[in-house]
Design a protein around this ligand. Structure first.
Ligand code: F6P
Length: 320
């Protein structure tokens, strides 16, 4: 029997549990032993590893967060750390690892593969910032949570005839801001991929829509643009409209995963375990053209993201 392990690494994302469950069940039903690793790569360094059975992953598909816990592991990210993790895997009989996480976690998976332990990456992050995959597990839930939160802000913003400047997460990626901004009817969406002009894109737009009768405003700002406190002050000074800044923060990472994240997590988890079963490592499971497939990790890491400029333009065309 082959023994594989599964871990979640980096920021948690709703739907990671569905992926862990699918890896475990696919692995066991293929005749492999499946080990759960706690707290990402740290668990490989500390040997915080346990054997799972079919029931170890019961009742987690609906849970946010990750039942295996997670960590960002600077200790692992050194040549010594990688060597030690690989040695520990060999010692514990682990012949392959499924790594569920973002880009940083994939670099770790590539390095661990080089050190002799074949790994398969599964994209799990709320940021949707992995170039090789159209979709990352957790993105849908985070967007829906952000929309729900901004809807609440809208109630109070509207009651006071104010402007709300809302920062959403996404690291250097504007996807979460773009999708959320469209769904809440934001007057302006600021993303790191597209430079903006304060006067033209914020003040003039607000003034124009005010002339047509609009009295309250929502501006969605991606984390990669940031600076919402200063922006709110500048808007108030320039327009005379009372303005408040809100940073949504980590609430966007929690909550029960949506159908999409449960389904994509399940299918990607299945693919990852199946790749290891067939002796294929150094791969990442990705979504391309709406289909789940796999790519070489290094090839995947060398890809560059493209931002949906057309969607961004549409958003601004209709938010007047
Ligand atoms: O990658 C997910 C994410 O939530 C990003 O959107 C954000 O930049 C970062 O993680 C926050 O990291 P931490 O949870 O370590 O504060």
């Amino acid at each position: 029997t082959k023994t594989i392990a599964v871990l979640t690494s980096g920021g948690d994302a709703p739907g990671m549990n569905a992926a862990v469950r699918a890896v475990t069940r696919t692995g066991i039903s293929s005749g492999m032993r499946v080990m759960g690793v706690r707290r990402g790569y740290n668990g490989l360094l500390n040997r915080d590893v346990f054997e799972m059975n079919l029931r170890s992953v019961s009742d987690i598909i609906n849970d946010g967060g990750t039942a295996l816990f997670t960590a960002r592991s600077p200790e692992f990210n050194t040549p010594e750390g990688i060597q030690e993790a690989a040695d520990n895997c060999r010692d514990m009989g682990i012949e392959g690892v499924v790594v569920i996480g973002g880009d940083g976690s994939f670099r770790g998976a590539r390095d661990l593969t080089k050190a002799g332990i074949p790994c398969v990456g599964v994209p799990g992050t709320i940021d949707n910032d992995i170039a090789s995959s159209e979709y990352t597990i957790g993105f849908d839930t985070a967007m829906n949570t952000a929309v729900e939160m901004v809807d609440r802000l809208r109630d109070t913003t509207e009651s006071h005839d104010r402007c709300s400047v809302v920062e959403v997460m996404g690291r250097r990626c504007g996807d979460l801001a773009l999708q959320t901004g469209i769904a809440v009817g934001a007057t302006t969406i600021l993303v790191p991929e597209i430079p903006y002009d304060f006067q033209r894109d914020i003040v003039d737009r607000m003034m124009f829509t005010q002339k047509t009768g609009k009295k309250h405003f929502i501006i969605v700002v991606a984390e990669g643009v940031g600076g919402v406190d200063k922006l709110a002050k500048d808007i108030e000074a320039k327009t005379g409209i009372e303005t408040r800044a809100t940073v949504l923060g980590h609430v966007q990472r929690g909550g029960s995963p949506t159908l999409r994240d449960r389904v994509v997590g399940s299918v990607m988890g299945y693919y990852a375990a199946d790749l290891l079963y067939h002796g294929k490592g150094n791969r990442v499971v990705v979504m391309r053209g709406g289909k789940i497939t796999d790519l070489d990790i290094t090839e995947a890491l060398n890809m560059t993201r493209t931002f949906d400029k057309k969607l961004y333009d549409i958003a601004h065309r209709i938010s007047i």
